[in-house]
Structures are given as C-alpha cells and as structure tokens.
Design a protein around this ligand. Sequence first.
Ligand SMILES: NC(=O)c1ccc[n+]([C@@H]2O[C@H](COP(=O)([O-])OP(=O)(O)OC[C@H]3O[C@@H](n4cnc5c(N)ncnc54)[C@H](OP(=O)(O)O)[C@@H]3O)[C@@H](O)[C@H]2O)c1
Length: 276
Amino acid sequence: MANQPTLLVTGASGNLGRRATELLLEAKAGKIIAGTRDPSKLADLAAKGAEVRKIDFDDPALAEALKGVDRLLLISTDALDKPGRRLAQHQAAITASKKAGVSHIVYTSMPKPEPGSPIPFAPDHYGTEQALEQSGIGWTVLRNGWYQENLFHSLPQVLASGKWFSAAGDGKVAHVSREDAAYAAAAALAAQPNGNSRYDITGAELLTTKEIAKLASEATGKPIEVVSVSDEQLTQGMIAAGMPAFLAPVFASFDTNTRAGNIAIASDAVQKLTGR
Ligand SMILES: NC(=O)c1ccc[n+]([C@@H]2O[C@H](COP(=O)([O-])OP(=O)(O)OC[C@H]3O[C@@H](n4cnc5c(N)ncnc54)[C@H](OP(=O)(O)O)[C@@H]3O)[C@@H](O)[C@H]2O)c1
C-alpha cells in the first residue's frame, strides 16, 4: 500500500512478538514482517498476511535481512546463559539496523536498568538503551514491568504448600499483563515517530507480596501465609526445591529489587499508548 510503513517484529515466534505481530496485522498498520530464527513456526502469521523473514541476531548477514524495513520492534532475547551474550545480540541488531537504513527502533527494556540494579541481567537492557542512544537511529524504549503471567509459575507451588517465601518485604510491584505489553509494543511501532521516547509499561496498581497473596487466596479459597526470608535463604530454598543453581540467584534478585523499591512504578503509559 502506498505510504504504508514497513514494520518488522523480531522474535515473532515468542509470546510477546507473536501477539504484537497479530495486533499490527489486525490494525493494518503497514506492511508487517514477522522476523524469527525459525520461519517454519510462523505459518499462522503468514496466513494472516505477514511476510515471514529469517531474523537471527547471531547471523553475520543480519543487515541484509533488515533491508527495506522502516521501523523495527526489537524484542529482547532470552539468551541469559552467558553474561553479555544478550547485550552482544542486541548491539548486533542495532548495528545491522543502522547499516540497513532502519529509521526507528522500539526496544523492550526493563524498569530501572541503570548501574546498581541488583538484577543480574539489568546491564543487558541498560547497555542496549545506551547503544540505541548512540546509534543515530530514532528510538522508543518500553521499560516493560514484570508480566503478571510470571506469577502463574510460582503461585501453584505457593497454593500447594500454603506458604509464600519472600524476601521482598513491603516492596510493591504493579504487574502488567503480557497482553497489555503486546498492545503497547504494537502501538509504539505503529505510531509515526515523534523523536525519542521512554515509557514505563506497568499495571495500574502497586501491590505488596502480602496484598497479591490475599488476592490469590480470595480467588482460590486457599490460605497463603507470606513467610519473610533473607535473599540467601530464598536462594537456597529455591535450589532445594529443584531450581538450577545458576537461576536461583536471578529469581531471588527480583525480591531484592522489589524490597529496594526499584519496581514500585505504576504508570499510565499503556493507556496513553493504546487507549486501553
Ligand atoms: N517483563 C517480564 O516479566 C519478562 C518475562 C519473561 C521474559 N521477558 C523478556 O521479554 C522478552 C519477550 O518475552 P516473551 O514472553 O515473548 O519471551 P519468549 O516467548 O521466551 O521469547 C523469547 C524470544 O527471544 C527471541 N530470540 C532468542 N534468540 C534470538 C536471536 N538469536 N535473535 C533474535 N531473537 C531471538 C525469540 O525469537 P524467535 O524464537 O522467534 O527467533 C523469542 O521471541 C524475552 O525474550 C525476555 O527478554 C520479560
């Protein structure tokens, strides 16, 4: 279509990327390209009208694959196995975008990633934000808060035992649904860029662990006792419960971060971007 922008979503087979691509197709926001390492997974998006393209940040020929793209939704990867690997992937994506002539990048970051964050992967996001600022490409940074869906990983165990071991103290979180994050990402990519912008993508209500436990308890009819533990006790408890030793400190750091007040952010950005 004439004057319609070409919009590419990376990681389009992931939860967030797939949903954002569907929303862009529904909104007829432009020519929509679904980028993924494995195009065979995206027959459903192709059937809905997306061009499917192989996009892998580890591919040295990435700039070729980004040719003709006006705006890019750069979804942070899940490569947390080696420190620095994910940042290197994002930097490669930004360098390739520059080479390919992409004019604007929307990036999914995290709240407060600045140095000093207790979250081990915060430097990936901070480094990517810095790379965008220095790239000369226009950018929109979406600092996605924790998805409420994350709770569905931990709550079954909490409900089964009746105990929620927490090091978060009275720290608060405004979880956002992944659906709202997808709407925000699609809207940010579809919008005609007006300079560079940074948004905190959060839910509307700040809640402590005890308040979330109370809601879960009311919804399920099962009692939940929140048991305060130290970061170290939480880490060891998760390892004892079967979590891999390298992952337990990452999950424990979420509580450290909450206790420090780093994630106590409730913004109206989802509503501003999407009208939802
Ligand atoms: N805020 C939160 O609570 C929270 C929770 C979980 C994750 N996250 C972050 O948000 C991102 C999206 O969440 P999600 O739920 O959609 O995660 P997900 O379903 O696990 O998706 C992982 C994504 O990483 C992409 N990816 C991996 N290696 C890549 C590479 N070499 N080049 C390009 N893309 C690559 C995958 O794309 P393809 O497989 O299509 O290539 C996929 O989109 C995650 O990757 C993670 O960084 C945030």
